[in-house]
Write a protein that binds this ligand. Structure first.
Ligand SMILES: O=C1O[C@H](COP(=O)(O)O)[C@@H](O)[C@H](O)[C@H]1O
Length: 253
């Protein structure tokens, strides 16, 4: 049983999943700009997340978007120095943002980089998380975060999304839009993450999963089962929730 408003879209291979998601993202951004002037997009890290951004960069439709009117956010980040190769922002920078900054359009003021240990708060994780929450609030038009037009989420084989891990303390936090995560079961141990509350601000949540090792978690997430066991089961867009999967990840559906 899936939630109402949830759609599962299967693609034959990881490459097609990435290029189809890129095409979908470009169209969604253009639609959001036509409707509301600007688009708010929350990026994700991970293997298929990076592949998707690279597919956006190489798409001929890339120039259909006015990148100066796109706000980029990240639903989670590894709390490491700026430029660390393990950071999701570094991955996005290399896959897409540098290309957009070199071409016409992308304005650094609309790229809301997540906190790093060499930022204004140093290695104070909680203050850095609070600073990112304050930035979200600034664009929330009275709410704790903007209404993201698209919020992309990768998912780990354990069913984690952003840095919300199964049976981990960060899961239950609802006092802020961003939490500092300690002792992450997946390295590195320190991270910042959107809470479920921030994710719930999204008009559209797209969960993108590739590979057989994700199949069991995809099935539990699509079935909207136990959120403590499978955090992916606890996310949904206010308008639509898409599970974008390749055949291997869809094997248990
Ligand atoms: O740690 C993380 O992992 C997930 C999934 O990564 P993947 O390599 O299994 O696709 C990612 O979505 C998240 O942003 C990241 O911090």
């Amino acid at each position: 049983m899936t939630r109402p408003g949830t759609l599962v879209v299967r693609h034959p291979s990881p490459d097609l999943l990435a290029s189809a998601t890129a095409g979908r993202l470009l169209a969604a951004i253009a639609d959001a700009q036509a409707a509301r002037g600007v688009a708010h997009v929350s990026l994700t890290g991970g293997t298929i997340g990076g592949k998707t951004l690279a597919a956006v960069a190489s798409s001929p439709a890339r120039d259909a978007v006015d990148w100066g009117r796109v706000h980029f956010w990240w639903s989670d980040e590894r709390f490491l120095p700026t430029g660390d190769p393990e950071r999701n922002a570094t991955q996005a920078q290399e896959a897409l943002l540098t290309a957009l900054q070199e071409g016409p359009g992308l304005d650094l003021a609309t790229v809301h980089y997540p906190p790093a240990t060499d930022g204004p708060d140093g290695d104070d994780l909680d203050t850095a998380a609070a600073r990112y929450a304050a930035e979200l609030l600034r664009f929330g038009a009275g709410a704790e975060a903007p209404e993201f037009d698209v919020l992309l989420l990768g998912m780990g084989p354990d069913g984690h999304v952003a840095s919300l891990f199964p049976h981990h303390p960060g899961l239950g936090r609802d006092d802020s839009s961003v939490v500092g995560v300690r002792e992450s079961p997946k390295p590195p141990p320190l991270r910042v993450s959107f809470t479920f509350g921030a994710i719930a601000r999204a008009r559209e949540v797209w969960l993108v999963a590739s590979g057989a090792e994700k199949a069991a978690a995809v099935a539990r997430g699509v079935a909207a089962g136990d959120v403590a066991q499978t955090p992916a089961a606890g996310v949904a867009g206010t308008e639509r929730t898409l599970w974008l999967v390749d055949e291997a990840a869809a094997a248990d559906l």
